[in-house]
Design a protein around this ligand. Structure first.
Ligand code: ADP
Ligand code: MG
Length: 726
């Protein structure tokens, strides 16, 4: 398509007003329109007759009713609040839809006899009549409309009708769902043939894909669900293919073009450390150390991910690798996401290397100026052999004399850009090891970390007892306190964690502080501490130290303790409002106990009433039902397993890939249709094609690959732009 052909005003039905509205919503061209896929479809199989609704209340699932507008009226409650009622009618009965908000808009929205599809979870009102509360609705047609109607085809031919996202601005320009459908019909009819195929015929055949033209036509107006699936498969393949192409280039760039440092391995320092450890390394630790060291020997920069569940002993693995760099007269750096964590690493690593005469320095945000300058000088001169810190390390004025090895702990807390920035601190392409205790399902590691090699510690140190986990209610508290009491008398320590209840740290803090006060009253004979994100790092440090030396028995905390904190004597983790936490967060929190030889416990306190209340007050009930189902599943999974990989898989299923790490954070593109988890099979095929292509035709110079190159550089640019930084 030439740029002129691509102008949206060429589409029949789009004049200046609609064009402006579309542009404001990010749709600038005909290609943008073609790629503005329906978010859902209406189909006959999901349409319910009104008289069937009472039977479906129990199921709590969304259903769709098609009918005509019978009556619309606004009523007042006793305290003068307005409620808008819309009564729909089909040949089997009447249905009332209730709207509490946006009354003004709804009052004008519906014409008598208009035909609508309304979707919601059916519920009973106080007279046991079925009602829809704030349903989603979709205009099908007004009574006097005579065009080839969606509505008729829907009911009589079983056609599938696309649903498009709209908003107030678009609606005002006549582009509600129905308006969108009309212009999309025109786009497909008039302009589809100008779209060029970009994949080579060979690849299309090999992967049994349909053509791009067929795919675009069928995604908008499928005749059957098979057609839609065929279209989806092609469009998903495209997204995954170009994404993997990017990863293939990135890996080639790091591996192929750059020369790295070739370290001599198993020198004096690392050997001495390994021999002086108070424990023997697990087989899994030995295996991953082998993998890392063999990378370090190669004159190619290492780019490796180390995955290991909480408590699997990643720190010692990283330290052995860092000492290898130090033996070779290079500096090593370890970057952690929080100050507490950086300080803890600094303390434990300093302790481990105390007999080795290695200079370990800590660099964090708010150190005193004089100390800070001394550290920076030490780093610049190269006399700081191991540097541990927060993202303070990647700031511009931090200069290393000869950085050879970089470790990033809890990688998922950092962006791809920060990984690159750390690497750039070395003049000679340092080896990079990223570590994560959030186990990444296999399906995701090929995407999020698709350009990395992966090592896995799949074994915990021996003699660890699995943590016992249970869900308890608020009124089990007396029993729980009794238990806490007896554990402390046996010398153990306790964590009580509070979630971020509101999206505001202040409220969060208030809740934790209140809990702290009440715990002090319940346990006057013990010492209770409080830890939260608003404390200065000195204060936090002070509390943590007191907890470490058992001066504090019960530590009430917000989620600041989530990652990495290591106090082996703590044996009980109590998590308040556990239903509000994500699964991997719960797993991380639980990982704070079970680090010593004693039996440890995790008590998840969850209040069913809280969820009920949420249900009563929310207008988006379908979402609340989903959330309740999901939170039950999370708590149940926690009780069933302590295996981080299993937990990660469930978490991923519950949350979907986009949300798993937060899209930008992870460097994952915002796919329109592909889902790296559920489309794993397509992902593997696309990856294979992309990596083979880069190996065979690295410059995409062959005629059959010319369009791939164009597509890669132009069309997928937006999708991939921010992935490119790493
Ligand atoms: P994580 O992988 O969660 O970062 P750490 O490196 O903090 O785990 O290790 C957790 C604890 O286990 C530390 O106290 C560490 O000294 C100890 N540890 C590490 N490796 C072993 C081992 N092979 N045997 C026994 N304890 C170990
Ligand atoms: Mg750790």
């Amino acid at each position: 398509m030439t740029p002129q052909q691509n102008d949206i005003t060429y589409v029949k039905g789009i004049g200046p007003v609609r064009a402006a509205a579309l542009r404001n919503n990010g749709i600038h061209s005909i290609s943008d329109l073609l790629y503005n896929f329906p978010f859902d479809y209406l189909d006959r199989s999901r349409i319910t007759k009104i008289k069937e609704l009472p039977k479906l209340v129990e199921a709590g699932r969304e259903v769709t009713v098609i009918g005509t507008v019978f009556r619309a009226e606004t009523k007042f409650t006793r305290n003068r609040k307005r409620i808008f009622f819309l009564t729909m009618k089909d040949e089997t009965g009447f249905l009332t839809c209730v709207f509490y908000n946006g009354i003004e808009w709804y009052q004008k929205a519906f014409a008598p006899e208009e035909i609508l599809a309304v979707s919601s979870v059916p519920e009973l009102d106080k007279y046991n009549r079925v009602q829809f509360i704030h349903p989603e609705f979709d205009r099908l047609k007004t009574k006097d409309e005579e065009d080839e109607t969606d509505w008729n085809s829907l009911l009589h031919t079983g056609a599938i009708i696309p649903k498009y996202h709209s908003n107030e601005e678009l609606r005002n320009a006549g582009l509600d769902n129905r308006g969108f459908r009309r212009i999309m019909k025109n786009v497909i009819r008039q302009h589809l043939q100008t779209v060029q195929e970009h994949l080579p015929a060979e690849m299309i055949r090999r992967q049994s894909l349909c053509s791009i033209n067929q795919a675009l036509a069928m995604i908008h107006f499928p005749k059957t669900y098979e057609e839609r699936d065929t279209a989806l498969r092609r469009l998903k393949f495209d997204e995954l293919f170009y994404f993997q192409l990017l990863l293939a280039y990135r890996r080639k760039e790091i591996k192929g073009a750059l020369t790295g440092i070739s370290f001599k391995i198993r020198g004096a320092l690392s050997t001495q450390l390994e021999q002086s450890l108070p424990f023997t390394l697990t087989d899994a630790q030995k295996k991953v150390i082998g993998e890392i060291l063999s990378d370090m020997e190669q004159p190619v920069p290492m780019n490796r991910l180390l995955q290991g569940d909480v408590g699997s002993g990643k720190t010692i693995v990283a330290l052995l690798a860092m000492l290898t760099a130090v033996e070779n007269s290079y500096q090593a750096v370890l970057m952690a996401p929080t100050e507490i964590l950086a300080e803890q690493h600094w303390r434990s690593i300093s302790q481990l290397v105390r007999d080795l005469n290695v200079n370990v320095r800590l660099l964090v945000g708010n150190q005193k100026k004089k100390l800070r300058e001394d550290i920076l000088e030490d780093i610049r001169r190269g006399s700081a052999q191991i540097v541990i810190g927060t993202h303070a390390i990647i700031q511009e004025h931090v200069q290393f004399a000869h950085l050879g090895f970089a470790v990033i702990d809890e990688q998922h807390r950092f962006g791809v850009a920060q990984r690159a920035q750390l690497r750039e601190k070395g003049k000679e392409n340092p080896d990079v090891l990223v570590m994560t205790a959030t186990p990444i399902p296999r399906t995701l590691s090929l995407t999020v970390y698709g350009d990395l090699d992966v090592s896995v510690i799949d074994e915990l140190p021996k003699h660890r007892k699995p943590i016992r986990t249970a869900v308890r209610a608020e009124n089990d508290k007396p029993k729980i306190f009794e238990f806490v009491h007896s554990e402390i008398l046996q010398g153990r320590q306790i964590y009580v964690v509070y979630p971020l209840i509101e999206e505001s740290e202040k409220v969060d803090l208030k809740a934790a502080t209140a809990e702290y006060e009440s715990m002090k009253k319940v346990f006057p004979e013990f010492s209770v501490g409080l830890l939260h994100g608003r404390m200065s790092s000195d204060e936090k440090d002070d509390v943590m130290k007191k907890f470490l030396i058992k001066e504090i028995h019960i530590l009430v905390a917000t989620t600041v303790i989530e990652v990495g904190i290591d106090v082996p004597n703590a044996s009980v983790m109590i998590i308040e409002n556990a239903e509000r936490f994500g699964l991997s967060q719960l797993h991380q929190l639980r990982g704070r106990v079970g680090r010593g030889a004693e039996q440890s416990y995790c008590i998840l306190i969850s209040e069913p009433q809280y969820m009920q209340k949420q249900l009563i007050t929310s207008s988006d009930r379908a979402a609340v039902y989903d959330e309740i189902r999901a939170s039950k599943k999370r708590l149940q999974t926690m009780c069933e397993t302590t295996d981080g990989f299993k937990i990660a898989e469930v978490d991923l299923q519950l949350r979907g890939a986009g949300d798993y790490f937060g899209t930008r954070q992870s460097g994952m593109p915002g796919f329109r249709v592909a889902n790296v988890v559920t489309d794993y099979d397509i992902l593997l095929l696309a990856r294979e094609e992309a990596f083979t292509l880069v190996a065979k035709d690295p410059n995409l110079a062959r005629p059959e690959n010319k369009n791939i190159r164009y597509q890669f550089e132009n069309v997928f640019k937006d999708l991939l732009s921010f992935v490119r930084v790493g």
